[in-house]
Write a protein that binds this ligand. Structure first.
Ligand code: C2E
Ligand code: MG
Ligand code: MG
Ligand code: MG
Length: 280
């Protein structure tokens, strides 16, 4: 009986494993072509000032719009690309596309706001990130302060010395660094004092759970207080309701990003928001 159950579970497991493997193979076989065929699109999600509700910038987020598989969110392919190394090629594309787009907005006389791009930990090991982003800001004649770099907290877990070095170089060059998904990566508070970062991006569970979880709420107050003492700006990710926005603002959080304000939007939609901002 026991043996029967085991076999059944095993067969089920094997089947889903096979499907995952096929999915991964299909993605890997198509990624280079997809990049050439411009199937990767960069969307922009507004960041806002919690006090005024005004847009103060955006984050560039990649999507794969495939004629065969449709619209794919990054959660489905980024982890694979981080394993097979393709992430670095894709990120270079996203960084360049973002710089090109900012240049276009500036040339059209739209308000100059910074846009942040995601930097995978793999990029920090595989690429000369400072050289690449300097090349891009030169090519598109952008002040470095407009290109923010988001590095996830967990990137510091494996080889903190490498990451600390690269981020301090980037910071000294004038780029603004944001520590992404803060609160999920197990970095010690001591490490926080050594990192050259300007902005703490709180993982979305803080925005979403603090009203229901007393302890989470205490931790949130503590982080906001600590950030203030350290002179760090805090942005809350994943703000979905007015209630969450109000509470975060009352607790002293300065900035927010989330569906309550806007989903990630296309270039044209983002330009429209810049135009509205100009009119205000
Ligand atoms: P992230 O950098 O932490 O980006 C925030 C994610 O939260 C985005 O998911 C965004 O669409 C989503 N989000 C924003 N507001 C809300 C909200 O109110 N509620 C909820 N539930 N979600 C919200 P997305 O676009 O699916 O990206 C997922 C992750 O994939 C990103 O997390 C980032 O780690 C990675 N990623 C996305 N684009 C890139 C890229 O170009 N390069 C690299 N290396 N990673 C990327
Ligand atoms: Mg991010
Ligand atoms: Mg994040
Ligand atoms: Mg995240």
């Amino acid at each position: 009986k026991v043996k029967g159950n085991f076999t059944k579970n095993y067969a089920f497991y094997d089947e889903s494993f096979r499907k995952d493997k096929l999915f991964a193979q299909n993605i890997t076989a198509n990624m280079e072509r997809a990049l050439k065929d411009k199937e990767f699109k960069v969307y922009y999600q507004p960041k806002v000032d919690l006090k005024t509700g005004q847009m103060i910038g955006a984050e560039a987020l990649v999507r794969w719009v495939s004629p065969i598989d449709g619209f794919m969110p990054p959660g489905q392919f980024i982890p694979l690309f981080e394993k097979n190394g393709f992430i670095s090629e894709l990120d270079c594309f996203v960084w360049e596309e973002t710089c090109r787009f900012m240049r276009e907005c500036h040339d059209q006389g739209l308000p100059k706001l910074p846009i942040s791009v995601n930097v995978s930990r793999t990029d920090l090991y595989n690429l000369d990130v400072p050289k690449i982003v300097c090349h891009l800001t030169n090519k598109y004649q952008l002040d470095k302060k407009y290109l923010h770099l988001e590095i996830t907290e967990s990137a510091y877990n494996e080889h903190p010395e490498i990451i600390l070095k690269v981020t301090s170089v980037l910071h000294d060059l004038g780029f603004i660094l944001e520590l992404d998904d803060f609160g999920t990566g197990y970095s010690s508070l001591n490490l926080l004092s050594e990192m050259s970062i300007d902005i703490l991006k709180l993982d979305m569970r803080f925005a979403q759970n603090h009203t229901t979880n007393k302890r989470q709420n205490d931790i949130l107050s503590f982080i906001l207080d600590l950030a203030k003492r350290m002179g760090l700006v805090v942005i809350s990710e994943g703000v979905e309701t007015k209630e969450q926005a109000d509470t975060l603002r009352d607790m002293g959080c300065g900035l927010a990003q989330g569906y309550y304000y806007s989903k990630p939007i296309t270039q044209d939609e983002y330009k429209e928001m810049l135009m509205k901002l100009k009119g205000e």
